[in-house]
Design a protein around this ligand. Sequence first.
Ligand code: ADP
Ligand code: MG
Length: 389
Amino acid sequence: MQSDERRAFMREAFRTRFGREPEYWVRAPGRVDAMGSHTDYNEGFVLTLSIDRDSWIAAAPRTDGRVCAESMNVAGRHAFEIDGGVETRVSGWAIYVQSVAQVLRQEGLAFPGCDLLVHGTLPLASGLSSSASLEAAAALLFASLGGFALEPVRAAKLCQRAENEVVGVQCGILDQYSSILGEAGSALLLDCRHLTHAYAPIPDDLQPVICDTRAPRELSGSAYGERRASCEAGVRVLAGRIPGVTALRDVTSAQLAEYASELDPTVERRCRFVLEENERVHGLARALAADDRGAIGALCAQSFAGARDLYEISVPAMEAMLEAILAAPGVVSGRQAGAGFGGCMLALVEAQRVDDFVASTADSYAHATGTVPGIHAVRSAVGAGLLSA
Ligand code: ADP
Ligand code: MG
């Protein structure tokens, strides 16, 4: 759907649902990682793309301090008082909106209530950060309603806090940072310790394609905790040997090799993956800037091999998807995206061959697994912002 069609469609729905015209329009994108699995909680680096699948919110102010929220993706209306306490917490998806409102109020930022309507083009709960895009859009909406500016990194931190404290999901800041600070035509290289970033340009004729395995991600919760614990165990041992180590970020590959025999073999493999993955983040940023397709393919292949053999977050569906990706026309690279154990993968593809790539990958994967995948060609898109009224 084109932007103007989407706008007309939402405007009509807003009129039907709320009986008046929307006056405020905001949008915020989802994201996918191009490199850097499990490096965020090790205070390392991630190369992430904000994508042209996003959440839009249309809104009109209210004078009674209430927010009435509806989504075109999920049925039902949710209402809450901006200054209501914890006991007034809404159930369902609107908790993401309410949590942002609460965190902004805790910061002393004032804004009026509103009627709001969400329309998203991201698959929900597939690892493309629909939740962060909803939070980022809500934060921008409340800032415009209240007439205050929110510095982008602060906005990302507040949205993360909303998801951690109010929603209760212990996510890192990557999703929110990427949704707010992404740029069209570039990947964002995030330093997860210092919360600073640089942009790595993506060649125009290289197209990101998200390949959703649609494999159930049952293991992801417990296994995620176990991987984090291994990294922390590695840091405890290495911190006792190397001065100044507080996270895997501070350890070099040479140092890890030197003390490898003192680490449990599983812990050593996990740590080795994280160190190598951090190096690959910088490597891929350079390879993209230089449009070195051989290096792009090799780095992504190494990342997937490490995820499978060292970090052990691959499942058969991901291997089947990688095989389908690598056999398809126009492919430059393929690797996991997100935390692993199913979910989405990311291919980079020669833009003029994308249609053939999508058809071939979908077909081979469905043939191999019996599951119809979700294959979405995307573009990197600018971070959250206002749409003109
Ligand atoms: P992800 O962020 O990877 O998509 P999460 O489980 O973190 O997965 O967040 C998904 C949740 O975000 C959905 O279940 C829903 O509650 C909420 N959400 C995101 N976008 C929308 C939308 N357009 N309409 C309603 N709820 C949404
Ligand atoms: Mg999320």
